[in-house]
Design a protein. Structure first.
Length: 335
């Protein structure tokens, strides 16, 4: 057996996760095992298995043409620091309890250093139409080589400064820039802080006015682009000065909602009953907002009116021509 890929040493923070990869080749296909030796001088190598360390260890292996194995450890602690060893062997007696293997296990090692996660104090302030986000890292501080500010996987700003404090300013109201923001301290390992700009739902209709034909299904949609997501959506219809709550149980209304979108379907539209204003109401822990959608229901014959109008114009024109031709004096025949 021989290695074609070996695990790489890594630095990680407490509460992070780590993944090590190993790949071996041989004939017959070799078996791969994972072993660990901690930093305690009295500690010896111990084999790791899937589900070890209170189910924080996961091992995935495939044996197809050659052997591959990945070990991942979640929610790291200081006790996870140490030497991780990938062992491979295709000796038939490799796992025999009394016989020694003819060929020793080949080994590839990688160190994992788990360092204490520094505390990051995140703050959001709003003043004069500007929102300022700031992060400050407490000691002990690893080597910092730069900063990044990230929102929705987009890098907003970055620098190569080494300070423990970093800030980012947003021009505009807080309601227009809600969401999850990350301050990233570049280094080995990379350290991230997180803060939320949370607001009441900014509910908006996809279309403020919708049209539907009598007998068809009407679809009204509202969205919430802000953070956090809406926890409760509801629909109302105005009529005679009051608003009636619409529910799925009525049979004609089908309401489908998720955190950022709600949809109302009205079956078999009726001109008299369904025409009017509808309100989508969104609620989260910061408040409640709503939006209005006006629905107009047209007769099934509405699409024929333009065609019938053209036909009528043609008939009128033909009639006028016919009458003119009938009343027109015949031309005098010259002598």
């Amino acid at each position: 057996a021989g290695f074609i890929k070996s695990p790489l040493s890594q630095k990680r923070l407490t509460q992070d996760s780590v993944e090590l990869y190993c790949e071996a080749i041989g004939n017959p296909i070799p078996e791969i095992q994972w072993w660990f030796e901690g930093n305690d001088p009295n500690e010896t190598y111990a084999q790791l298995w899937d589900g070890a360390r209170q189910d924080r260890v996961k091992i995935n292996a495939t044996y197809n043409l050659h052997s591959t194995s990945t070990i991942s450890i979640a929610n790291l602690t200081g006790d996870d620091s140490g030497m991780y060893e990938c062992r491979a062997s295709n000796d038939p007696d490799r796992n025999h309890l009394s016989k020694s293997p003819k060929v020793k296990w080949i080994r590839s090692q990688a160190n994992v250093f788990v360092i204490e996660r520094p505390e990051i104090t995140a703050q959001v302030t709003e003043d004069d139409g500007k929102v300022t986000l700031s992060c400050n890292m407490s000691a002990p501080q690893p080597t910092i080589t730069g900063h990044k500010w990230i929102h929705r996987d987009k890098i907003l700003e970055q620098d190569e400064k080494s300070g423990a404090f970093t800030s980012y300013t947003i021009n505009g109201k807080k309601e227009e820039h809600s969401g999850i923001y990350e301050c990233v301290y570049e280094g080995n390992p990379q350290i991230r802080g997180q803060m939320n700009i949370s607001v009441a739902p900014q509910v908006a209709a996809y279309k403020t006015s919708e049209h539907g034909n009598e007998g068809d299904t009407g679809v009204l949609t509202c969205k919430n682009p802000s953070f956090p997501a809406v926890t409760t959506w509801s629909w109302y219809k105005s009529g005679h000065g009051v608003s009636a709550l619409l529910e799925n149980a009525s049979g004609r209304y089908i309401i489908k909602s998720s955190g950022n979108k709600t949809e109302l379907r009205i079956l078999k539209l009726d001109i008299e009953q369904d025409t009017g204003d509808y309100f989508c109401n969104g609620t989260n822990s910061f408040g409640t907002r709503n939006a209005t959608v006006n629905l107009r229901v047209r007769s099934r014959l509405a699409a024929l009116w333009p065609f019938l109008g053209i036909v009528a114009e043609v008939l009128v024109l033909v009639t006028i021509i016919f009458i003119y031709e009938k009343r027109r004096k015949p031309d005098e025949v010259p002598d």
